[in-house]
Design a protein around this ligand. Structure first.
Ligand SMILES: Nc1nc2c(c(=O)[nH]1)N[C@H]1C(S)=C(S)[C@@H](COP(=O)(O)OP(=O)(O)OC[C@H]3O[C@@H](n4cnc5c(=O)[nH]c(N)nc54)[C@H](O)[C@@H]3O)O[C@H]1N2
Ligand SMILES: Nc1nc2c(c(=O)[nH]1)N[C@H]1C(S)=C(S)[C@@H](COP(=O)(O)OP(=O)(O)OC[C@H]3O[C@@H](n4cnc5c(=O)[nH]c(N)nc54)[C@H](O)[C@@H]3O)O[C@H]1N2
Ligand code: SF4
Ligand SMILES: [Mo]
Length: 688
């Protein structure tokens, strides 16, 4: 039998077609508009059966027993314990002392709305996602400039500027589109400190010094303005604050910043000319801009390049998405007056999107450990592994230890799950019908269809959330018995139902694509125009224009201790066989032991007397990890690249044990896990 669905083994949300036989997964293929020879293969999807049927899947609810082991329980028992505990916590410390933490796996999914609805109806504003380190901070930066996060239209572009994104390994559908445009003659510029496949194939590769993207963007803005490369009509008609931006950018002429950001001034000029003279052109920005202390303003500056070059909301440029009408399920009005979320220090980021929850994950740890702004006593973690994925994980460990009660909802016994009082076994994405947020953001709307029955007694996220809600007395708020009923309710404003979606496996277009929509209703910003200068940011004490007060001193963690930590460490590549901390327990995906290596430039290798295969210690003021060295010229000398996501596999390789969470971006709370100063030392020769 064939079923059309969406794969959610990573956040790329690829449409797939699955073959099953008598309820068993046989195979799947990623749908692609391109002929087979141009399609990229996804090893995770190819190994889906190994993930689904892994003997290590959690198949029964577990409750911690006295000896720090777990005993199996029925769903009724487990959910009763959780519900009683939540109600006790509410009575004792107030509902706000309960927090629901969400990880990546659910991030683009409807369960965001369900978790918010449950928590808000319960009386707590604390549904916290990890968007401060993932793309939501970037989304907010775009939004402050032109009201939404744009979608690059690579297929129709004449020039594609890839800025800190590596779609070949993280989003194959998007990578196929870029490769298609290349075949049709589109030019390619890549801004990346690492020689990725796209960097190698680019017309121009700017191997930027990590965490210095904002300065490059400002230098490009200055060059575009001083050489009259900008779209004067658009700027005049549709922007506010051009003069202020011009003034700020004047601090960063190319010849002044080039050496500081390790780039050749002539190459930057060439890139500016190519990008600004190609029409249309789009910018594909990615997680390389996230997890930096300057993420917010660097991303804003990159966004402004789109504006100045007149590529906003044009075909082949950067499209402003057309949100699919849907019901906001969040019930924010149920939060008692005066109860602020634990992320209240980031007021603009908190409120920027009606459908998100709050985002600064570090605040969860602060609230548990420092009890600021008030204590969190009970934590429910759905689809996240913070003991590996948050910055400064030793601090996270202390926080999880301190909690009165921890519930983890996951597919596997992660390091985080092992610390739980109750573990609720999750069904995988293929065992679960849901409406992914990605498909509400812009048409076509598609449904993630349950393909096989949940394994063992595992249950889909939605069902667990609904069942728990009803145990908390929230039957009225959660009247739905099936995922379909809830989705139909949410999609009612669009006039779309699950039954309709099932008839159209390639999705339903909610409204026809329109470009330059600002002609009809302006931009969704306070002024209705593109805000090169933001009064709103200024009113909150933030810089209204990127870099108006000069660049951040020491934009990389531990830079003020650079004499003792002289190397610039960067977080490693995302490998197309794994997603963040996941899948290292799947033998077919864990083929190459050398996956977890530290890349060291040949010059540095000579300096430190290190050869490939040596075991080295990597250290920062937060701690130390050990991994094998790999000599490689994909990075600049002075930079080491440390494999990311291996903490569940082995705590010795857990990158976030050495990252920092003390310094954060003031607007979006981002701490820098992407780059930090560190030092290395050989601990064991390869031959030993
Ligand atoms: N140093 C450094 N740190 C980083 C990053 C980095 O590049 N470098 N990346 C950051 C980014 S961008 C992100 S998004 C975060 C990711 O942080 P997390 O979301 O904590 O990371 P994952 O390892 O993807 O953990 C997801 C968990 O969800 C479980 N899961 C999968 N599917 C489901 C499901 O359907 N239901 C439930 N209940 N559980 C499910 C998985 O088994 C896994 O344990 O990490 C961040 N941390
Ligand atoms: N296979 C796989 N797919 C995934 C994931 C996964 O773990 N595995 N994770 C999912 C998640 S949660 C996310 S957020 C996305 C992220 O996917 P992407 O947005 O593609 O992000 P990354 O691959 O982390 O990094 C992109 C590029 O940024 C570069 N980079 C590093 N530092 C800097 C810098 O300072 N400046 C610039 N300009 N570039 C820099 C890196 O070298 C890398 O080539 O992928 C999703 N898809
Ligand atoms: S890239 Fe692979 S794992 Fe990620 S959603 Fe697409 S098919 Fe699934
Ligand atoms: Mo992410």
């Amino acid at each position: 039998m064939k079923t059309h669905s969406i794969c959610r083994l990573c956040s790329a949300c690829c449409p797939i077609e699955v073959e099953t036989e008598q309820g068993k997964w046989i195979s799947a293929r990623r749908k692609s508009p391109f002929p087979a020879e141009y399609q990229l293969v996804c090893p995770k999807l190819a190994a889906a059966a190994d993930i689904i049927y892994s003997p290590l899947r959690l198949t029964k609810p577990l409750i911690k027993d006295g000896n720090r082991g777990f005993r199996e329980a029925s769903w009724d028992q487990a959910l009763d314990v959780v519900a009683q505990r939540l109600l006790f916590c509410k009575e004792e410390y107030g509902a706000q002392s309960v927090c629901w933490l969400r990880g990546m796996a659910a991030d683009w999914g409807a369960p965001w709305d369900y978790a918010n609805r449950l928590m808000n109806a319960f009386g707590s504003p604390n549904t916290i996602g990890n968007g401060s380190i993932c793309f939501v901070g970037r989304d907010f930066a775009h939004t402050t400039v032109y009201g939404a996060m744009t979608m690059p239209q690579a297929m129709q572009a004449q020039c594609i500027l890839i800025w800190g994104k590596n779609d070949r390994d993280t989003a194959p559908g998007a990578a196929e589109a870029i490769l298609h445009a290349r075949r049709n003659g589109a030019k390619l510029i890549v801004v990346d400190p690492v020689k990725t496949g796209f960097a190698e194939a680019a017309d121009i590769w700017l191997q930027i010094k990590p965490a210095h993207d904002g300065l490059l963007a400002m230098a490009m803005i200055h060059e575009i303005i001083t050489h009259d490369f900008y779209d004067k009509d658009f700027v005049k008609e549709w922007t506010v604050g051009f003069e202020a931006l011009k003034q700020s950018a004047a601090q960063f002429p190319i010849e002044k910043v080039a050496a500081d950001i390790w780039l050749d001034p002539e190459l930057i000029r060439k890139a500016v000319r190519l990008y600004a003279s190609s029409k249309p052109a789009c910018i594909v920005d990615g997680n390389g801009l996230d997890m930096q202390l300057e993420s917010f303003d660097a991303t804003r500056a990159v966004a402004m390049l789109r504006v100045l070059t007149g590529n906003l909301d044009v075909s082949g440029g950067d499209f402003i998405p057309q949100t699919v009408p849907n019901r906001n399920l969040q019930l924010r009005n149920r939060i008692p007056e005066g109860v602020k979320p634990i992320t209240a220090d980031y007021p603009l980021f908190n409120g920027f999107h009606p459908n998100w929850g709050h985002q600064v994950q570090s605040c969860v740890i602060d609230a548990i450990l420092d009890e600021k702004p008030y204590p969190i006593k009970t934590l429910i973690i759905q689809s996240g592994n913070p003991l590996v994925t948050f910055m400064d994980t030793d601090r996270v460990g202390k926080a999880l230890e301190k909690l009165d009660f921890l519930v983890v909802n996951d597919l596997f016994m992660t390091r985080t799950a092992a610390m739980a009082d109750v573990i609720l076994p999750a069904a995988s994405c293929f065992e679960n019908t849901q409406l992914d947020r990605a498909f509400l953001r812009n048409s076509p709307v598609r449904i993630q269809e349950q393909v096989i029955a949940p394994i063992g007694e595992s249950r889909p996220n939605w069902q667990i959330t609904f069942d728990l809600a009803r145990r908390l007395g929230l039957e009225r708020e959660f009247p739905w018995q099936t995922a379909e009923e809830a989705i139909d309710y949410q999609l009612e404003p669009a006039g779309i139902t699950v039954a309709m979606l099932r008839e159209k496996p390639d999705g339903i277009i909610a409204e026809p694509v329109q470009y330059q929509k600002y002609h009809n209703h302006g931009f969704q910003t306070p002024s209705g125009k593109v805000e090169l200068y933001s009064e709103q940011l200024k009113n909150h004490g933030y810089d209204p224009v990127p870099y108006i007060n000069g660049p951040l001193q020491a934009p990389i963690s531990f830079m003020d201790e650079a004499d003792r930590y002289p190397l610039l460490g960067i977080s490693g590549a995302r490998n197309n066989r794994f997603t963040n901390s996941q899948y290292r327990v799947i033998p077919t995906l864990l083929q190459k032991e050398t996956d977890y290596a530290v890349d060291i430039h040949p010059t540095d290798a000579v300096k430190y007397g290190i050869v490939s295969g040596d075991w080295i210690k990597v250290e920062t003021p937060r701690g130390a990890i050990r991994m094998q060295a790999r000599i490689s010229d994909v990075i600049h000398s002075g930079v080491i690249r440390i494999a990311w996501g291996w903490g569940d596999h082995n705590p010795d390789y857990s990158l976030n044990r050495i990252t920092d969470d003390d310094r954060r971006n003031p607007v979006i709370g981002t701490s820098s896990g992407r780059n930090f100063m560190c030092r290395i030392e050989k601990v064991l020769c390869k031959a030993d």
